[in-house]
Design a protein around this ligand. Sequence first.
Ligand SMILES: CC(C)(COP(=O)(O)OP(=O)(O)OC[C@H]1O[C@@H](n2cnc3c(N)ncnc32)[C@H](O)[C@@H]1OP(=O)(O)O)[C@@H](O)C(=O)NCCC(=O)NCCS
Length: 262
Amino acid sequence: MSVDIVTLATRPDLRAAVFADAFRTPLWPEFMLHDVTALLYFGGAFLDRYLDFAFAAVEDGAVVARAFSVPFAFAIPGRTELPDGGWDEVIRWAHDDMAVGRQPTTASALEISLLPAVRGRGIAEEMLAAMKANAGRHGFAELYAPVRPTQKQRQAALPMIDYVRQTRPDGLPADPWLRTHVKAGGEIVKVAPYAMTIVGTLAEWSRWTGMSFPKSGLFEVEGGLVPVYVSCEQDYGVYVEPGVWVRHRIASSPTGRSAAKR
Ligand SMILES: CC(C)(COP(=O)(O)OP(=O)(O)OC[C@H]1O[C@@H](n2cnc3c(N)ncnc32)[C@H](O)[C@@H]1OP(=O)(O)O)[C@@H](O)C(=O)NCCC(=O)NCCS
């Protein structure tokens, strides 16, 4: 059975369910919930600006998946290339656009997440298609995505560029999430070396990971795509997560209609 994909603009009543605990840990490792840049999108009333770019997948009346995207101005002075700062930077760009009243020209995906019970049914692909159709309905010709390859954590020491080059015999990316994007027509543009930066004291990192950090250096943490750099002398840990920019071109629709219901 297919799910119903809607925006929070049309179904504001689903907002609480989209932010229910089921979409936090262990769906995301705890440390991932401490990227301060995320507050510029999700924090306070900021999300109100983006409800037409936030999605819920509903099955039997319950929210089983969620997705977020963000409109931003691209190909303007200072923004001629997709940002090396990936997920964080595109949120900052969008925030800046809002602050100065600059019109967006395109959109970026930020997240697609499914509750474990509904994975393996192609719902992620449907969410991506809904997000693309929605971007098209807003008049955008592309949807970008700073993709977080889901199995990179198994090779945390490997540079992201070498990970991206790992392909299957059919030429598609070995990583399942990157593969989903490429199968959906996405083109890999480049690595974003610092797509997400998460900083905390060693006490915070211990709380987030359940680990202790007895000496300075690199530590692999559960769910981390790369190791965390720890300084015992300075009492902080910093996690700089790379991402992979993917561009989806959107076929123009004469009706401008979207798969996502408004
Ligand atoms: C990433 C996510 C959205 C993918 O949804 P899904 O329903 O699990 O994925 P799909 O069933 O569409 O699988 C896509 C491909 O990955 C493969 N795959 C899925 N889970 C896998 C696993 N644990 N190990 C290996 N391959 C896997 C599938 O076999 C499929 O391969 P194919 O291209 O050969 O058909 C989902 O797992 C999720 O919500 N994860 C947590 C949040 C997250 O990491 N989101 C992505 C970053 S924003």
